[in-house]
Design a protein around this ligand. Structure first.
Ligand SMILES: Nc1nc2c(c(=O)[nH]1)N[C@H]1C(S)=C(S)[C@@H](COP(=O)(O)O)O[C@H]1N2
Ligand SMILES: [Mo]
Length: 314
């Protein structure tokens, strides 16, 4: 049996009905996709309790259609509609993730082995793209901290670097003479950011296995940072003592810093970051929403940056 469930807790007693149903759906979907999901009783109980968890927003989720058809995944084209059209070419099984660098137990995980002990949770997060739009996405995933614990980071490790797969035969946007980005797509976090309980490795959304255009089979989600930190289709995670190079910082350092915390007070050099357009809300006349410091997660994460000048470390 691939799916384990806690023996004496009925998920229906402790989670809102919709979430319960969608989780069942995910497990069905994942088993069908050949993934192995371990779901212990404890994970059932944690943040899925009635609506107001410290982790999930109770704002209305963006429609599945919008979440899966309005994407940034430049490996499959720079137009928002291209990933949905092209990302089906990506082979997501078999998949391995190499976790190496400053760790006691460097390991190359087959995706199944990486997921086997994972306690999957639904987390409904506000997401804010640096371009000025936002969504609310019901992710399914597990804390990155849980994976890092398995490889035992050394005391010398200060940062975590991430890399996306680079498959010119499958990725329609990485070939050609004009390179939009210096592939593979790269991202990084400070180790304390990586270990923060809000930081997820997502494997699904809306109770289903992650669609390719959203970063299947495994992508990072860091809800208090601009969306580009959420690197998709990860194949390598490296612990290091040096601040990692990141794709957008390499591309345009004056526009994109390493931290990339959502900050309404620090404008992008070419536009204001004070407000945002929530995808799916009205047409031309929809009111823009004010953008919140740390995308609304300040209570949980502002302490990570105590004493730092966030205008300098943008
Ligand atoms: N590998 C890779 N990861 C990526 C990107 C990309 O182009 N390539 N785009 C980023 C940007 S700018 C955003 S806003 C989010 C979008 O995620 P979504 O399409 O799941 O909403 O993915 C991020 N992760
Ligand atoms: Mo973005």
């Amino acid at each position: 049996m691939l799916i384990r469930r806690g023996p004496d807790i009925k998920a229906s007693e402790i989670t809102p009905k919709e979430i319960y149903l969608s989780r069942r759906h995910l497990l069905g979907g994942m088993a069908g996709a050949g993934l192995i999901a371990g779901l212990g009783g404890k994970a059932d109980a944690a943040p899925l309790t009635a609506g107001k968890s410290a982790f999930s927003t109770d704002e209305a989720p963006t429609s599945l259609k919008d979440i899966t058809s309005y994407n940034n995944f430049y490996e499959f084209g720079t137009d928002k509609s291209e990933p949905a059209r092209n990302a089906h070419r990506l082979t997501t099984s078999p998949w391995t993730v190499k976790v190496d660098g400053m760790v006691a137990k460097p390991t190359t995980f087959a995706l199944e082995d990486l997921l086997k002990p994972a306690k999957l949770e639904e987390r409904i997060y506000r997401m804010r793209c640096v371009e000025g739009w936002s969504m609310v996405i019901p992710w399914v995933g597990f804390p990155l901290a849980d994976l890092l614990a398995r490889v035992e980071p050394l005391g010398s490790a200060k940062y975590v670097a991430f890399e996306t797969a680079l498959r010119p035969e499958e990725m329609t946007g990485v070939g050609g003479f004009f390179k939009v980005l210096d592939w593979p797509y790269r991202e990084g976090l400070r180790l304390d950011e990586a270990l923060h309980p809000l930081t997820l490795l997502a494997v699904g959304l809306y109770g289903e296995t992650l669609p390719n255009q959203n970063g299947a089979p495994l992508r990072l989600v860091v809800p208090w940072k601009y969306g580009f930190k959420g690197i998709k289709s990860i194949v390598r995670i490296t612990l290091t003592d040096k601040e990692p190079q990141t794709s957008w910082n390499m591309q345009a350092p004056q526009e994109y810093g390493f931290y990339s915390n959502v900050n309404p007070d620090v404008d992008h050099p070419r536009w204001s970051q004070a407000t945002e357009r929530r995808i799916g809300e009205g047409g031309l006349f929809a009111k823009r929403r004010p953008t919140l410091p740390f995308n609304g997660y300040a209570d949980q994460v502002a302490g990570l940056y105590a004493g730092m000048d966030l205008r300098k470390f943008y």
